[in-house]
Design a protein around this ligand. Structure first.
Ligand code: AMP
Length: 279
């Protein structure tokens, strides 16, 4: 596995990569969720490039840019064991040589769900992903369904900008009790960690009820009530068509949907979702 740091070093390495190139962009602090994407990429591509980059542009004021967990040495070992061929760890100046003047504007897609509480987040995320797609020119790029809104936005960006990369979604990897793995789970206190699996269990119940044709409004209310009984505060619970993120009607016509929620503990903000099909 090749480890590269500067942009020019990466570009030299890229020019030597042959065959189908798969990209897995990450912010590091790698866990099984990231590793499953790397393994999936390895099955479908000849060369897997993993990026580890904490993108300042997608962090808002008061968010955890400074304190986001940084564990590069362990990350490199994990990436190698999952089958990465190249790991690129750029510095901020490699991607932002000068002040960023233009940004990708993800429009309405970035105002919904997490966008309501994280203004500018998805524009910053899409801007750095666009940079990676330009420099790395992958045939396939892998994103977790854990961040369903991110996946939906990147799919739309690739379509709208005629990007020659297939955007692939990977399933959410969970702990034994259902809690979605996240680098931010380490912000949970012991008590909160015990409480947190309730998020997924509640969403799962909601999906079961929706599939039994219960009204969307009633189900969302029950889900919200159940989440309110947890030890966290509820930021949102929403049901959207996936991947368009269009608002859903009360009776759901057949198709793909995502039920998504965000809750806030003392330090950790957790998000989770389930993507499901209505026949
Ligand atoms: P991050 O490092 O949090 O930016 O995540 C990098 C990639 O890993 C994103 O595409 C995430 O959606 C994905 N990811 C994060 N957590 C999980 C998980 N539990 N299961 C699957 N993919 C995940």
């Amino acid at each position: 596995m090749k480890i590269v740091r500067s942009k020019s070093e990466f570009q030299q390495t890229r020019s030597r990569l042959q065959g189908v190139v798969g990209l897995v962009p990450t912010m590091g602090a790698l866990h099984e969720g990231h590793l499953s994407l790397i393994r999936q990429a390895k099955q479908e591509a000849d060369q897997v490039v993993v990026t580890i980059f904490i993108n300042p542009l997608q962090f808002g004021e008061g968010e955890d840019y400074e304190t986001y967990p940084r564990t590069p040495e362990v990350d490199l070992e994990k990436a190698q064991s999952a089958g990465a061929d190249v790991v690129w760890l750029p510095e901020v100046h490699d991607l932002y040589e000068q002040k960023q003047t233009l940004m990708i504007d993800v429009g309405e897609l970035g105002e919904e769900l997490c966008g309501k509480n994280r203004p500018g987040h998805f524009n910053g995320m899409a801007t750095v992903v666009m940079k990676f797609l330009q420099i790395i020119r992958p045939d396939r790029a892998y994103f977790g369904q854990k961040d369903a809104q991110q996946l939906a936005i990147i799919k739309q960006m690739a379509t709208d900008f005629l990007i020659n990369t297939t955007i692939v979604g990977g399933p959410t990897v969970r702990d034994h009790d259902g809690l979605a793995l996240s680098s931010r789970n380490q912000y949970l206190t012991e008590q909160e960690r015990k409480d947190a699996p309730g998020l997924y269990q509640t969403l799962k119940k909601g999906v079961a009820e929706l599939k039994e044709n219960n009204s969307r409004k009633d189900v969302l209310k029950r889900v919200t009530d159940a989440l309110s009984n947890m030890e966290a505060s509820v930021e949102y619970v929403e049901l959207k068509a996936f991947p368009t993120l269009q608002a859903s009607t009360n009776e759901l016509p057949g198709g793909e949907y995502v039920i998504a929620a965000a809750i806030r503990y003392s330090k950790a903000r957790l998000i989770d979702n389930i993507i499901f099909t209505v026949e």
